[in-house]
Every structure is written in structure tokens, then in C-alpha cells.
Design a protein around this ligand. Structure first.
Ligand code: ADP
Length: 905
């Protein structure tokens, strides 16, 4: 209405009317009428355009009334709130009225709209289910007209089951609840099935709930649409969808057409033959799948299984099945939906994956095993290489072998020339102790055969399954399931055998184990060979050392006469260096070899009683005498020779001595014998003087004889070490003077003896008699070897801490180079006594021995142009003192000594 949108126009009109109603009435003096009209006008405005405008007009009307009608009468003020209240209340009442009207109209139009919606039906029902009203929508959905349903109840519309449901719902409606039902299956007039949802709403009047309004929507078309969409969906999926009665696969209501492609049977085939599914189950899976299908599904969660179905062509199809029971709102199972997915591809991929995985596992296991074997072989190799004592190394390797590869490991070895010997037996630690059983200590026949033939033995043979405990064929003493015996071969020779046996653990030995055993055997054989070689080299090195250090010369001449060995002793004896002979022909390299060769005895085997020859050998250092013999062998001849030069000289000297001694002895003997004979025969003819001459001759010669014999005895005593020497300090000067005095008695006239002794000489530590003997010997030699006479000086002097004695002559002298040798036993410068001077060659030897045993030394020097000077020194028994100091010391200590002062001459 226009004035609603223009309220101010209405207010203006109201104001004009107010003025029209008030001002004339003021003249008429009818205030009540004027007030009533103005109030009416304000109420009308409020009614038409609301309380605010009404209040405005009322206020304006009152103002006019106040001014024009009551002429400012104060009591009229009281009326203002009444005017305003009347206008506002009227406005509010009019607003309320209008709103109610609006709502009513909307409700009516909504109802009309609902009624006009032919997809919905509104049916009035009494609480017993009798139909009270029937609208056009109901007519359209069910097909019944209003007349058809008069006097009918809800049973007309559906099955008994549905009717019962509606009746139950009505009972709840009677209690004031609204009840909604969906998926109700109802029947139309023509008997077609209708799928409807129904809302039952209580209808009240002032008596309470008197009826129910059923609002029904027809879902049939929607369901069909949904069904179409569902089919379009499932038929587009890469799987077979199978709808069957709940938990009853034989009542199939729908099978998606993919089934034909999957299994070769069309959907019709499936619906025609309720047992088709059971027939197509793979025999291996059938029982399990059927048993599982019988277990009723309780929940709605799909059950998933995988099994095989047989396709029409006989092929096997792996499927994955997901079964779900679809339930209605009340939990009632509606149908079972089975999804079948062809998982052949996946299965094949799985199988391939599994196959690859297991191949990888196998490969890894093989690699690990190979690595383990490599480690074992390396460790064994290390053990074998680290020692030349192959027996203990083999034992350790056998112990390694029983750690992983066998319960027993036995090694037999053939030593050169000895029978096969069992050198190692090892058993696995984990082996149950029950068996005191162990392999024999003696190699078995089977092992011997392996060593003899060089072939191997494996039980059970490769490729044959273990026949249990039947075979213990290789090692006796234990009950082996499986055993390997391989030869130890090195350098084309069989050195023994390695045997591995399993009594408890593992499987029968296979080709891998055999290869491992052969590898190990090869290493053991090499170790044995190396050990033996090492031993041989050691022996050879020992032999070489012996040859290098033996005192005998060793010469090896090969079959071609070439020198192959020339040891250091040979070098020392012959003064020929090894480098000059080795590799050269012996005849060329060794002087005189050609002649000597034939005389050297050569035997074919070393023989302690083998004869030797002593032959002269010219060397740079002079002639050497060597004793030599030889032993021939396949590769040549070994000669051993010894330097007998010294012995040869000694022999010569002995011979000379015997000749000289016999001569020396014979001369005085002959003299004694001649004198004795003369006395016997001519005693009567001899005067006193003559007799005495002969008797003193006998005495002299006997004494000479005695001296010679004494010399020989003394030399013998010295040789035997049976001579005791005194150590009493003595006065050297006294000894020298005595010797000179004694010698002078028998010295020839052309020899003059002098004494030369210094003063203040210390006492000498030594044996006085032996010192005298040495001096006598030297003086006698000086006389003896001064055939032309001359002066012989005998002297003594202090020399540092020693006392030196000397005998100087002017005789024959000692040729250069002989100064040492004259002190040797039996050595004489003129053994043939061409100069007519006899002797035993023992005198100087005895002197040298005596002096050196007293701790001194003796030597000879040339005496200027002529003769020689023999000297010897002995230790002083005390330090040398001046004569005065010495006398003082004697006096001071009252010391009685045999020392005496010897005046200078
Ligand atoms: P023999 O009994 O021959 O004298 P010796 O041992 O006393 O034995 O002497 C060894 C050799 O030394 C003597 O044969 C001699 O040739 C030589 N000889 C020893 N003393 C002298 C000397 N004073 N003058 C020269 N030659 C000497």
C-alpha cells in the first residue's frame, strides 16, 4: 500500500485533519468533541503508519488543542500522555495485527505451495491409520482418487510389514513425536512398487493430538536415477560388482558386465545358474572360501580375501574379493555387495617380487658364505705361512676347519721314506661329548688309497642324498654322515691326505665343500713342501757352515775335474784363494795336482779307517806337508786334507834327535866303555896316574851321560806339566857368580868368562835352581858354539820392575830368521853336526819353558858383528832400592836377608 512507503504524507494529512478538527471546535467551544476527533485522527495515523507517526500526530493535535481549544489551560497538560499513549498503543496494535496477517498469509501460501507440489503427498490420518484427507500429490503418487480412499486406511498403500511400521509410528505420533520413515516400499493403484519416505507429524487441536499429517515424498524415480548412476559407475570400474541377497551369493540380483571379460561368463549366465560361483572356485581355494562365506558378516566393514577362480577357457584368475553387507537405517541387511578385482597382474608382480627377493637373499647368503670361506682359507693360509714347523701349523689349521666346516678334521702326512702318519686330529668343540669315539690314530685304508692314487673320496658321492648313517667309510672310529678325503699334492707328489667328516651337523658335503677342501689341501701341501725345503736349506746351510769352519781343507772336484768347493781352511793351508780355484780345472788351478791326483786314495764311501797320504805341497809361504784322502760320489769327489807340516817337522826333528841323542849318548858311553876296558885289561900296566885319568874320564863321561839323560827327563817333565817351581826370592848376582865360577873350572883355555853385575839389584821372584840351570845352559851353549874361543860375558841388571840376565858370546851367532825357532823342541841349527858340535836340541827349549813358567821371557839378539847375546828377564820380588836405602831398611827392621851388596867390577 502506497501510504506504507510514504508515512510522512499520511502524517501530514493527519496534521491537516487535526487542525481542521481542532480550530473550528475551539470557536464552537466544544472541547470534548474537538479532543475526541483529534485523538481519533492521531489513532488513525498510528493505525495506518505506525506508533511513531501516530505519536507525532497525537503530540501535534494535543498542541493545537492546548493552544486553540483550552487556551492554555494547565489541566490540559494532564491529557498529553493520554493522547500519546492512545496513539502509540493504537500503532503497536496495528503493527501486531498486520504481522499476524502477514504470517497467516504466508502460511496459507506455503500450504498452497506444498499442496501444489505433486512430488509430495499430504495425507491426513487419524491415529488409527484411517485416511482423512487425500490431496492431489497423493493422487498423483499412488494413483488413487480421493473417492477411492474414503473409508480406507493405510493398509491400502503398502504391504503388511509397511502397514505395521506405519501403525507403530502413529503410536509414537500420538505421544507428540514426529516420526520419519525412509525406504518404505509401498504399492500404487496399479500394484507398482513405490519407494517413498514419510514424515508423520502430529496434528493438534485444543483437545490435544487428534490426527497425524503424513507428508510423503516419492523417491522411486530418484532411486531409479540413483540405480542408473550406480550401474554407470560400477560398470565403468575395473572390477566386477556382484549384488546378491544378504549373505546368500546364490541369489544374485546384479552382476556387472565386466564379469564376462574377467571370467568368460555373461551376467545372465550368473543370474541363471545360482551355483556358478561355487563351480568356478579353484579346487585349492574352494573349501576355505565357502567356509568363510558361511560365517555371517556382522559388521558393514568389507571383508577382503584373495583366491582363484577358473575362467571359462580353463585359465586361472586371481581375484581379490571385498564383501560388504549394505544395511537399512534400522540395521536390517538390505543386500550383499561383492567386489571382485582381477589381481593376476599384481599377483604375478608379487610372485616376481618374491622370486627376486628370494634370489637376492640367496645371492646374499652365497656371498656371505663365499666371504666366510675366503676368510677361512686366508686365515688357514696365514697360519700355514707363518711357521716353518708345518706339523703344528697343520694342527692349528685342522682346528680352524672344525670351527665351521666339519665335526672332524684329520691330516695324514707321508714323511720321506716313512709310512703315512696321522699328524693332526681336530674335533668340533660343540660336538656332543657323548661319543668317546674318535678317529683311529692309524690312517685308514681309504685314506691310504687316496694318498696312493692321488684321487679323492667323498661320501656320499656328489649328487646323491645322504643315506643316513650307513657310511662311515673313510674314517673308522667315528660314525660320519658325510666325509671328504682329498690328497695333499705339491710338485706332482702326494704328500698326504686331508679328511673332513660330519657326524652331527650340517648336510652332506657338496661340490662347494669339496672345492674348499681341495683348496685347503693344496695350501697344506705347499706348507709341507715349503717346510721340507726350508729344512733342507737349513741342513745345507749347516753343512756349509761346517765346511766353512772346519779346520781341515775341503776340496770338491766335480766329474769334469772343475773345483766346486774350496773352503777357508783350504785357503789357509795352501795360501790359494777360493776365487783363484773355484770354477777352474783343479789341474790348472792347484800346483802339483796332476801328479798328486794319482797317489791320493779315493774311496766310494766315508770310512774312518780310510788311508791317507802325506804329500808335499809347494806354497808361496814354503813347502807344506798335507795329509789328504778323497771320497767319490755321483757328482764328483770330495777331498779332505790337513796341514801336517808342523808334525812333519816334529817327526823330522824327532828323527834328528834320535840320531843326535844316540850319537851324544854313544860318545860318552864309548868313552866310559873304552876306559873301563882299558882298566880291566891293562890295570897291571897302568900306574896310579894313568888309572886315575881313566877313572876320572869315566866319571866325567858318566856325568855327561847323566846330564843328557836329565835334559831328556826334564823336557819330558815339562811336557807332562809335572814340574814344580819354587818361588823363594833370591839374589841374582850370587847365582850369576856361582855359575861363572863353576863353569870356569872346565871351560876351554881359549874362552874367557867375565861377570857383569850392576849394584842395588832387587831380589828375583823365581826358582833359584832353575834360574841357575838356565844360566848354566846358556853359558855352556856359548862355550859350545864358540869353537874359536872368545870372551863370554855373563851379566845381570835391573830393568824397570824386572831383572834381566844375559850371556854374551863371540861365537857362531844365530842366522837371521832362526831366532825363534832355536827355542823349539829338538830344533838345532846344524842337525847334521857338520860343525862337529853335538847336542839334543832340548837345551834352549828347556830354558824357554822354565823362564816362561816363572813368568819371564827369553830371547836372543845378535852380539854386534860376531856371536850372539841370549837374554832373559824375570820379575823382581821387590822394587829396586839404592844400596843405602836398602842397608837402611835392613838395619831399621833388623831384617835378615840373603841380599848382599855386590861391588861393581
Ligand atoms: P843343543 O843341544 O843342540 O845345543 P840347544 O837347544 O841348546 O841344543 O840349542 C839349539 C841350537 O841353537 C843349537 O843347535 C845351536 O845351533 C844354536 N845355539 C844355541 N846356543 C848358541 C850360541 N850361543 N851360539 C850359536 N848358536 C847357538
Amino acid at each position: 500500500m502506497w501510504f506504507r512507503s510514504h508515512p510522512w504524507v499520511v502524517a501530514l494529512i493527519g496534521l491537516v485533519l487535526e487542525a481542521a478538527a481542532t480550530i473550528p471546535f475551539a470557536l464552537l467551544d466544544a472541547p470534548e468533541t474537538s479532543a475526541a476527533l483529534a485523538l481519533l485522527i492521531a489513532a488513525a495515523v498510528a493505525f495506518l503508519v505506525g506508533p511513531r507517526w501516530g505519536a507525532l500526530v497525537a503530540a501535534a493535535g494535543w498542541a493545537l488543542f492546548f493552544v486553540f481549544v483550552v487556551d492554555h489551560a494547565v489541566r490540559a497538560l494532564v491529557a498529553l500522555p493520554v493522547w500519546l499513549a492512545a496513539a502509540i498503543l493504537t500503532g503497536l496494535a496495528s503493527d501486531r495485527l498486520r504481522r499476524t496477517e502477514r504470517e497467516r498469509r504466508r502460511d496459507a501460501s506455503e500450504l498452497d505451495a506444498v499442496r501444489g507440489d505433486e512430488t509430495q503427498a499430504i495425507i491426513g490420518l487419524d491415529l488409527e491409520g484411517n485416511i482423512l484427507t487425500w490431496d492431489r500429490g497423493a493422487e498423483r503418487i499412488y494413483g488413487h482418487t480421493e473417492a477411492d480412499v474414503s473409508d480406507a486406511d493405510v493398509s491400502l498403500l503398502g504391504s503388511e510389514e509397511d502397514t505395521a511400521h506405519i501403525q507403530a509410528a502413529l503410536e509414537r505420533v500420538a505421544k507428540g513425536e514426529r516420526v520419519d520413515r525412509s525406504h518404505l516400499r509401498q504399492r500404487g493403484r496399479n500394484g507398482e512398487e513405490l519407494l517413498v519416505s514419510m514424515a508423520l507429524i502430529p496434528v493438534r487441536d485444543d483437545r490435544g493430538i487428534v490426527a497425524a499429517c503424513a507428508v510423503i515424498s516419492d523417491g522411486t524415480e530418484r532411486v531409479h536415477e540413483a540405480e542408473r548412476r550406480y550401474r554407470a559407475l560400477v560398470e565403468a570400474l575395473p572390477l566386477v560388482t556382484l549384488i546378491s541377497a544378504p549373505n546368500d551369493r546364490s541369489t544374485i540380483t546384479y552382476v556387472s558386465p565386466q564379469v564376462e571379460q574377467m571370467l568368460g561368463y555373461s551376467p545372465t549366465d550368473w543370474q541363471d545358474d545360482p551355483r556358478l560361483f561355487g563351480k568356478l572356485l579353484h579346487p585349492d581355494d574352494k573349501d576355505e572360501v565357502l567356509a568363510r562365506a558361511k560365517r555371517k558378516s556382522s559388521g558393514t566393514a568389507p571383508r577382503k580375501t584373495e583366491y582363484r577362480l577358473l575362467a571359462r577357457g580353463g585359465g586361472v584368475v586371481w581375484v581379490r574379493e571385498e564383501v560388504a553387507t549394505v544395511r537399512g537405517p534400522e540395521g536390517k541387511p538390505l543386500y550383499t555387495q561383492t567386489l571382485l578385482m582381477d589381481i593376476g597382474e599384481r599377483k604375478r608382480a608379487d610372485e616376481e617380487h618374491e622370486r627376486l627377493l628370494s634370489a637376492e637373499r640367496d645371492a646374499t647368503a652365497r656371498t656371505v658364505e663365499r666371504q666366510r670361506r675366503l676368510d677361512f682359507v686366508r686365515e688357514a693360509g696365514h697360519v700355514l705361512a707363518s711357521s716353518t714347523d708345518y706339523r703344528s701349523a697343520i694342527q692349528r689349521v685342522a682346528e680352524l676347519a672344525v670351527r665351521d666346516y666339519s665335526d672332524w678334521c684329520v691330516v695324514d702326512v707321508v714323511e720321506d721314506g716313512s709310512p703315512l702318519e696321522r699328524v693332526a686330529i681336530a674335533r668340533a668343540e660343540l660336538l656332543s661329548k657323548k661319543a668317546a669315539a674318535a678317529p683311529d690314530q692309524v690312517p685308514e685304508e681309504a685314506v691310504r688309497k687316496v694318498v696312493e692314487t692321488g684321487g679323492l673320496e667323498i661320501v656320499p658321492p656328489l649328487g646323491e642324498a645322504s643315506n643316513g648313517r650307513k657310511n662311515g667309510a673313510i674314517l673308522s672310529g667315528i660314525d660320519a654322515r658325510s666325509a671328504i678325503c682329498v690328497p695333499l699334492r705339491a710338485q706332482e707328489r702326494t704328500l698326504g691326505a686331508l679328511t673332513l667328516a660330519r657326524t652331527q651337523s650340517g648336510e652332506a658335503y657338496g661340490a662347494d665343500d669339496l672345492a674348499l677342501a681341495e683348496d685347503l689341501a693344496g695350501r697344506i701341501a705347499l706348507a709341507i713342501d715349503r717346510g721340507r725345503l726350508y729344512r733342507a736349506v737349513e741342513e745345507r746351510a749347516d753343512a756349509a757352515r761346517v765346511v766353512a769352519h772346519v779346520a781341515d781343507g775341503v776340496l770338491l772336484v766335480d766329474r769334469r775335474g772343475v773345483v766346486r768347493l774350496w773352503n777357508p781352511a783350504a785357503e789357509a793351508i795352501t795360501a790359494i784363494q777360493a776365487g783363484d780355484v773355484l770354477g777352474h780345472s783343479a789341474v790348472d788351478a792347484i800346483p802339483g795336482w796332476n801328479d798328486a791326483m794319482d797317489t791320493i786314495p779315493v774311496s766310494t764311501s766315508p770310512d774312518p779307517g780310510q788311508p791317507e797320504v802325506v804329500i808335499p805341497f809347494e806354497t808361496e809361504g814354503g813347502e807344506r806337508w798335507i795329509s789328504i784322502s778323497g771320497v767319490s760320489f755321483y757328482g764328483g769327489t770330495v777331498y779332505a786334507f790337513r796341514d801336517l807340516t808342523e808334525m812333519h817337522h816334529l817327526e823330522e826333528m824327532k828323527a834328528d834327535f834320535i840320531a843326535t841323542a844316540s850319537h851324544e849318548l854313544r860318545t860318552p858311553l864309548a868313552a866310559v866303555y873304552g876306559a873301563a876296558q882299558t882298566l880291566l885289561r891293562h890295570d897291571f900296566a897302568l900306574d896310579e896316574g894313568g888309572r886315575n885319568r881313566f877313572i876320572s874320564l869315566i866319571a866325567d863321561e858318566s856325568e855327561r851321560l847323566g846330564r843328557i839323560v836329565n835334559e831328556i827327563l826334564l823336557a819330558n817333565q815339562l811336557d807332562a806339566g809335572r814340574l814344580d817351581l819354587g818361588t823363594e826370592p833370591f839374589d841374582s848376582v850370587e847365582v850369576v857368580e856361582r855359575v861363572v865360577e863353576a863353569t870356569q873350572a872346565y871351560a876351554p883355555a881359549e874362552v874367557s868368562l867375565t861377570v857383569n853385575t850392576g849394584g842395588g839389584l832387587p831380589l828375583v821372584a823365581g826358582d833359584k835352581d832353575k834360574v841357575r840351570q838356565v844360566l848354566v845352559n846358556l853359558v855352556e851353549n856359548a862355550i859350545k858354539y864358540s869353537p874359536d874361543g872368545g870372551t863370554i860375558e855373563v851379566g845381570v841388571a835391573a830393568q824397570d820392575s824386572d831383572v834381566r840376565f844375559w850371556v854374551r858370546d863371540e861365537g857362531l851367532g844365530i842366522p837371521e830368521g832362526e831366532e825363534q825357532r832355536i827355542f823349539e823342541k829338538f830344533y838345532r841349527l846344524d842337525p847334521q853336526m857338520s860343525r862337529g858340535v853335538g847336542g839334543t836340541g832340548l837345551g834352549l827349549y828347556i830354558c824357554n819353558e822354565l823362564v816362561s813358567r816363572m813368568g819371564g821371557r827369553i830371547w836372543v839378539e845378535a852380539n854386534g858383528q860376531k856371536g850372539s847375546m841370549f837374554m832373559f828377564e824375570l820379575r823382581a820380588a821387590e822394587p829396586a832400592l839404592t844400596p843405602e836405602a836398602r842397608a837402611e831398611a835392613v838395619e831399621l827392621h833388623g831384617f835378615v836377608t840373603r841380599a848382599r851388596r855386590v861391588p861393581h867390577r
